[in-house]
Design a binder for this molecule. Sequence first.
Ligand code: FAD
Ligand code: DHB
Length: 392
Amino acid sequence: ERTQVGIVGAGPAGLLLAHLLHLRGIESVVLEARSRTYIESRLRAGVLEQGTVDVLTETGLGERMHRQGLVHEGVFLRFDGRTHRIDFRELTGKGITVYGQHEVVRDLVAARLAYDGPLRFEVEDVRVEDLDTDRPRIRYREHGASQETELACDVIAGCDGFHGVCRAAIPERALRCFDREFPFAWLGILAETPPSSRELIYAHHERGFALLSMRSPTVSRLYLQCAPNESLDAWSDDRIWSELAARLATRDGFVLNDGPILQKGITPMRAFVCETMRHGRLFLAGDAAHIVPPTGAKGMNLAVADVRWLAEAVEAFYRRGDESLLEQYHERCLRRVWKAERFSSWMTSTFHRGPISTDFDVRIQLAELDYLTSSVAAQRSLAENYAGLPFQ
Ligand code: FAD
Ligand code: DHB
């Protein structure tokens, strides 16, 4: 079997890349290890930058997003029991859209299947080979098959997330990676209760960080900082609600709506960048190449930005035999990636309480937040990064 671009992974990166290539008349095959049901219900990110919304809209994927997504013009920062709003619209002219990642994935899968684009679920034993040649190959087995399939490609896109096989196929000596561990994690819940705020609330509290987000007018999404090795068993629904209420409490009596918890999970926090986003004819995109800590909601948006560059570069390669954009791919992506790492690390360290934070550190955080909410310059900087840096 043969295709132009072999894509490993049907997350936002792989599926959007396939779509962008299709619109440019370039063929691809998407291979996904999990089932369709699984990827369409996996609960993850929820905030789309304006630029992400724009790409999805311009490429015909915006219909449901515009109907169901919640447009927010700002966020609330809460500390010392008081709430301050950062007005993105006024500061940057941009907004954000709250629309679950799995909804984006659903829209992308539907679009792919509507034009019969190859998308294979539950493939096994995926391996990428001959990356240094102009005919790289992907070997895999169809679900349950004993025979291996070989897919010959011109280019392979490694969109298989942090734990995928593509980055691991790059020889150790060629890899340049950087990482930072954070000494805490997030416990996230999805709850059947109307959001207690019309926009997101990022809360600084001596007991640790809390975040109020949402998925719809009737479903809330909340997170609280916990220890990295924490077990979910230690967190009964009652304990989760009372901890959230304590961390989100204000001087003027904020009331947190509670309700049945539909899902809960613990997400580790890490920052990671693999600067080797290209090896021969293999190109990494999204979480396969980089992870940001979740504070600031940059993960999915970065994946979208990567594949915009990649689709453009692959198009230049086919149209004009021009490889210069493929050669510049990692540099164009990394400029954005490192700025998102910077912003997410800053949001994380401003709001979380580490196991060895001192009272001095907490005073610095509060001063940072006080400065932020009293300086238009500082607010504009936050707003610019949160709503999304421009694309060029
Ligand atoms: P993924 O969405 O990870 O997609 C990779 C795909 O490749 C998956 O479908 C996987 O099944 C598939 N795959 C893996 N290995 C193989 C293989 N060998 N062969 C074939 N397919 C393979 N970001 C935020 O901004 N806010 C959040 O609240 C948030 N929460 C998160 C919670 C969790 C538990 C995780 C893991 C991430 C979270 N993120 C969050 C980050 C965000 O979801 C990611 O940045 C985003 O999913 C990146 O998209 P992607 O397409 O690069 O990778
Ligand atoms: C959500 C996740 C984030 O990491 C964030 O900063 C804001 C919102 C969410 O899942 O809704």
